[in-house]
Design a binder for this molecule. Structure first.
Ligand code: BLA
Length: 242
C-alpha cells in the first residue's frame, strides 16, 4: 500500500543528500512475528547527513491486516526547522489513516510565519486530506502544525491525492532545509537539543503504536524499539508498564 511512498523517499534522499548509515541497535532493525494467523514483518532504516542528524523510517507489512509507513526526520541541532513527520496506516484495507506534518518545535508567531505558513498553499490544494479529526492520543497543539494533513481515507485517495500531496510536502521540506540559516550560538543550539529531546519524550509516552508493536513482537521488544530506536532521546518512565 505505501511502498511507493518509501521508494520515493529513498530516491529523494539518495539523490539530494550525502547519506551515511546511522546504526540501529542490534535486534531492532527488523523483526518477524509468528504469532497469530498472519505473518507480520517490521523493518527500519536510519541515515544521517550534514543537514539531517537522524532520518528514520519503518515499514510494517502484515499483508491485508495492516501496512504502516512511518518516518521522522530530525534536522541537525544547528537548525531550528520543524521535524518532518509521516504516519500512514492501513488496517484491513478498510481503515486508512494518514498523517503528514512539519512538526513545529516552537509555537511563537515568528516561527509559525517562517516554517508553517509556507505549507498553507499545499494544504489548501489538498483540503480533502485535512479533515480536522480529533486527536485521542496526542495533543494537536504540541508538535503539530495547523496545516497538517490528517485524514481517514481510502486506497484510491492514497494513490490519487496523498501521493502528490506527499511529494509536494517533501519538496517543500527540502527547500526549507536548503535555505535554512545555521544557528551559531551555543545557547540557540542548546535550545534545539532540548526541544528535539522533549519531542522524543512526548512522543514515546504517547505513541499509539505501542500496542500494535506489542501484539506482534511482544512487550519487551516493543519497549526497546520505542526507547532505543524510534525515540532514543527519551528516558523511559520508571513506572512504565508496571
Ligand atoms: C495514530 N499511529 C497512530 C496509531 C497507530 C500509529 C497504531 C493509532 C491508529 C488508530 O487510531 O487506531 C502507528 N506510530 C505508529 C507507528 C509508529 C508510530 C507504526 O510512531 C512507528 C513506527 N505519528 C507519528 C508521526 C506523526 C504521527 C511521526 O509517529 C506525525 C505526522 C501522527 N499518528 C499520528 C496521529 C495519530 C496517529 C496524529 C492519531 C492519534 C490521535 O488520535 O491522537
Amino acid at each position: 500500500m505505501f511502498q511507493p511512498f518509501k521508494e520515493y523517499l529513498e530516491e529523494e534522499l539518495f539523490g539530494n543528500f550525502n547519506l551515511r548509515s546511522r546504526p540501529i541497535p542490534a535486534g531492532l532493525e527488523a523483526n518477524v512475528s509468528d504469532r497469530g494467523k498472519s505473518k507480520a514483518t517490521i523493518q527500519s532504516w536510519c541515515y544521517q547527513s550534514a543537514e539531517l542528524r537522524k532520518i528514520r523510517y519503518t515499514y510494517i507489512d502484515a499483508g491485508e491486516m495492516s501496512q504502516v509507513f512511518n518516518c521522522v526526520m530530525y534536522p541537525s541541532h544547528n537548525y531550528d526547522l520543524p521535524l518532518l513527520g509521516i504516519d500512514f496506516l492501513s488496517f484491513g484495507k478498510k481503515k486508512i489513516l494518514v498523517v503528514l506534518d512539519f512538526q513545529p518545535l516552537f509555537r511563537d508567531p515568528a516561527y509559525q510565519e517562517k516554517y508553517i505558513e509556507p505549507m498553507r498553499e499545499i494544504r489548501d490544494k489538498y483540503n480533502d486530506l485535512a479533515q480536522n479529526l480529533e486527536m485521542k492520543f496526542y495533543d494537536a497543539n504540541q508538535y503539530f502544525s495547523k496545516y497538517l494533513l490528517f485524514a481517514k481515507t481510502d486506497a484510491e485517495t492514497v494513490v490519487n491525492r496523498l501521493f502528490p500531496a506527499y511529494q509536494e510536502y517533501v519538496q517543500l521540506y527540502w527547500q526549507m532545509l536548503a535555505s535554512a540559516e545555521p544557528l551559531k550560538t551555543e545557547r540557540e543550539i542548546k535550545r534545539i537539543i532540548e526541544a528535539q529531546k522533549h519531542y522524543d519524550q512526548y512522543s514515546a509516552e504517547r505513541d499509539p503504536a505501542h500496542g500494535l508493536f506489542s501484539s506482534y513482537f511482544g512487550e519487551e521488544w516493543s519497549n526497546r524499539f520505542l526507547y532505543e530506536f524510534l525515540f532514543e532521546d527519551a528516558t523511559p518512565l520508571a513506572v512504565a508498564s508496571v
